[in-house]
Design a protein around this ligand. Structure first.
Ligand code: ZN
Length: 157
């Protein structure tokens, strides 16, 4: 497979998730809510999370927002991958995604769907678009006041 084809494949998967997101909306109930904004592109995202009774596992993730195909597809792929994941594992995934965007790591076989975003690391201006949803997730999971109506920005990353 040539690099050109590989890029085409990434692009196709990204566009598919952008056009037909499977995790758009709000979770019911909403245990965590977080807005995120990427000023360099204008992407905004609102993440809602449903946690397990003990609060240590992610039962469901949904997102709403507006932005470019990469930001929206990344959110949809992330929501897909987070189903049933323990919170500590989700935070590890945030780190792994961010280092994947630096070209340093990729996801293991069971999470390989997330590796389609790897192609984005070749386009530095788009990295913040792909990272936005993960950045927002981290803030949602680490928030002291789970219902705080604040938003995060990745401007300083
Ligand atoms: Zn964007």
């Amino acid at each position: 497979m040539t690099l050109g084809n590989l890029r085409g494949l990434y692009q196709q998967v990204i566009l598919e998730h952008y056009k037909k997101p499977r995790h758009k909306g709000k979770t019911n109930p909403v245990h965590r809510y977080q807005k995120g904004h990427n000023p360099s592109c204008g992407d905004t995202i609102e993440l809602t999370l449903q946690l397990s009774e003990a609060g240590d596992k992610i039962e469901d993730v949904k997102f709403e927002g507006e932005g470019c195909a990469i930001a929206m597809a990344s959110a949809d792929l992330m929501a897909d991958a987070l189903h049933g994941k323990p919170v500590n594992e989700a935070l590890e995934m945030v780190q792994r995604f961010q280092s994947m965007m630096k070209g340093q790591e990729e996801f293991p076989k069971e999470l390989r769907k997330l590796n389609v975003m790897q192609g984005v690391s070749q386009f530095p201006v788009r990295i913040k678009c792909a990272n936005l949803t993960w950045h927002t997730l981290k803030a949602a999971l680490e928030a002291n006041d789970p219902q705080a109506d604040s938003f995060v920005t990745n401007e300083n990353e």
